[in-house]
Ligand binder design. Structure first.
Ligand SMILES: Nc1ncnc2c1ncn2[C@@H]1O[C@H](COP(=O)(O)OP(=O)(O)OP(=O)(O)O)[C@@H](O)[C@H]1O
Length: 271
């Protein structure tokens, strides 16, 4: 078994989760890059206000699956997608859908922090301004402060909002990117290995933040780090060669997997 601590949900919590709305889901999702198929009939439900982790060996399709939820794969040449992807019951591959609007509703945080080459303040203010989400400077100041507070960064940057976001430490930059994602009030936040470029202390802060954000947001996270999935995720999906092998509450997936492939991965037999 996995040499890590997972906290089992109580029977009441598991029952309560059954009533939790589905924020996003895929049905029969298949994806090809050119002639190579990398996702095979993936069916997954992402529960609202829960953290869902995608784990699996390198190249199994975790990031590709994550990117299906905001149509980031559209930016890749020769990509072909079949099957359904819904966010809040809406088919996001509907050709009439405004992709820019979609991406503004779904935040994304990448492996390497990527603040804009602008001030800390502007990093947060930019998207709400172009989407017309606030009226006037005072509302914007409030939004910037609220977003930075939610991302656990306010106390560290309140006196230097005019300095460049790129001058912050790596961990601070990543929290700035999370604050930037939060500022537009996203329905879903996608995180692609958000802590893998950070040291253990900065990683712990990101993990604490993910746990706090769960009350207000729905989070899907790709991670290579099984302990991290065990610490932050309510639900975990194990993928292998483009298939969703097993999906369950995190404790059950790690302590009582149904599939031998899941058990082998969780116990480090391959990876
Ligand atoms: N833009 C692309 N064009 C062609 N093939 C791609 C592209 N992006 C990913 N792939 C291939 O698709 C497969 C799945 O990649 P993906 O990045 O989704 O896996 P992953 O599980 O996230 O891997 P890792 O853990 O190494 O990041 C891999 O074989 C990869 O080489």
């Amino acid at each position: 078994m996995l040499q890590t601590q997972t906290t089992a949900k109580t029977e009441e919590q598991l029952q309560a989760d059954k009533a939790q709305p589905i924020k996003a889901r895929t049905r029969g999702l298949k994806l090809w890059y050119g002639d190579t198929q990398v996702l095979f009939d993936v069916d997954i439900d992402i529960l609202q206000n829960r953290v869902t982790a995608f784990i699996g060996p390198s190249g199994c399709g975790k990031s590709t699956l994550l990117r299906c939820f905001n149509r980031m794969n559209d930016l890749v040449d020769n990509v072909r997608i079949e099957g359904g992807v819904e966010v809040d019951g809406q088919d996001i591959n509907d050709p009439s859908l405004d992709v820019v609007l979609l991406r503004s509703r779904i935040g994304m945080v990448f492996q390497h922090p990527n603040p804009f080459p602008k001030s800390i303040y502007e990093n947060i203010a930019y998207a709400p301004r172009i989407h017309g989400l606030v009226n006037g400077r005072r509302e914007m100041d409030d939004l910037v402060e609220r977003s930075l507070r939610r991302a656990g960064l306010w106390d560290e940057v309140a006196d230097r909002l005019d300095t460049p976001g790129t001058a912050l430490s790596g961990g601070q930059q990543q929290r700035l990117c999370i604050a930037r994602a939060i500022a537009v009030g996203p329905e879903l936040i996608l995180m692609d290995e958000p802590a893998s470029a950070l040291d253990p202390i900065a990683t712990a802060k990101i993990e604490d933040l993910i746990t706090e954000l769960r009350d207000n947001y729905t989070i899907a996270i790709v991670t290579h780090n099984l302990q991290q999935a065990a610490r932050v995720a309510d639900y975990t999906a194990f993928m292998y060669m483009g298939e969703l092998v097993e999906y369950n509450d995190t404790n059950t997936l790690f302590t009582n997997p149904r599939e031998k492939r899941t058990e082998d991965y969780a116990t480090g037999r391959y990876g």
